[in-house]
Design a protein around this ligand. Structure first.
Ligand code: HXC
Length: 257
């Protein structure tokens, strides 16, 4: 598939996906989500790729789902066609994804960033769920994920008033993992991605699965799930290598097996 609305670039074991609809502030239309899904399929199928970064432009990570594309829908068509159902491919990804966000991350843009495993923000980032201004509400997980990130009070405030949160507030509230100067955004994201890409892939995938489980289950079940995955990590060659490397005072050479 030749991409028109995203660009991809591979550096070592890291694939960078840049959302690329600059005239529409990277509004997320059907084509873009289909291309992103295709890139995710290729990423997951390629054993040489071990971390993905999704980024946008300086001005906008993404200013939301494409309003012009959605405007003509009625509720029956939205339901029958499962409007935005294609987005579910993103959180199904088992390998790690970092969102590197500068500028606007609004509506579906904020939701896309929250579907990634963590968000590194430029000091220019602005997050919001402004769908209320359009006479609708978040539809890509915003009411659920934002609430889990920042708590009920801030999530209600953002979703009901449509106000934006700047990068500092986003970091204070736990929405983003770190804030960096805008010109260091990609460098920082690559540093984190390279670090993850050097780890044991099964350990990375198990960790992602276990952290995500925290949102789906009780504490006791989640801890049991974690313990079972932890036990299964002892079936990997990387566990023997990682622990032996520590004992030998050398760096580990993971085989991802
Ligand atoms: C389609 C969009 C768009 C969007 C911007 N554009 N956001 N087109 N869908 N979400 C287009 C504008 O129409 C304009 O096109 C061009 O991008 C530049 O935008 P401006 O508004 O002129 O830029 P600026 O004045 O700098 O304002 C930036 C902005 C504003 C504050 C981000 O564009 C804005 O409020 N955008 C909408 C944000 C929003 O409501 N997002 C939620 C969408 S609903 P032209 O052709 O005029 O140059 C959603 C549903 C969630 O996301 C469900 C997801 C699963």
């Amino acid at each position: 598939m030749a991409y028109e609305t995203i660009k991809t670039e591979t550096r070592g074991a890291v694939i960078l996906v840049t959302l690329n609809r600059p005239k529409a502030l990277n509004a997320l239309n059907r084509q873009l989500i289909a291309e992103l899904s295709d890139a995710l399929d290729k990423y997951e199928a390629d054993p040489d790729l071990r971390c993905m970064i999704i980024t946008g432009s300086e001005k906008a990570f993404a200013a939301g789902a494409d309003i012009k594309e959605m405007q003509p829908y009625d509720s029956v068509t939205a339901y029958v066609e499962n409007l935005l159902g294609e987005w579910d491919r993103i959180p199904r990804t088992r390998k790690p994804i970092i969102a590197a966000v500068a500028g606007y991350a609004l509506g579906g843009g904020c939701e896309l960033a929250m579907m990634c495993d963590f968000i590194i923000a430029a000091d220019t980032a602005k997050f919001g769920q402004p769908e209320i201004n359009l006479g609708v509400m978040p539809g890509g997980g915003g009411t659920q994920r934002l609430t889990r990130f920042v708590g009920k009070s801030k999530a209600m405030d953002m979703c009901l008033t449509g106000r934006m949160m700047d990068a500092d507030e986003a970091e204070r509230s736990g929405l983003v993992s770190r804030v960096v100067p805008a010109d260091e955004l990609l460098g920082t994201a690559f540093e984190a991605a390279d670090k993850i890409a050097d780890m044991s892939l099964p350990a990375v995938m198990m960790t992602k699965e276990a952290v995500n489980r925290a949102y789906e289950t009780t504490m006791a079940e989640g801890i049991l799930f974690e313990r079972r995955l932890f036990h299964s990590a002892f079936g990997t060659e990387d566990q023997s290598e990682g622990m032996q490397a520590f004992i030998d005072k050398r760096s580990a050479n993971f085989q991802n097996r």
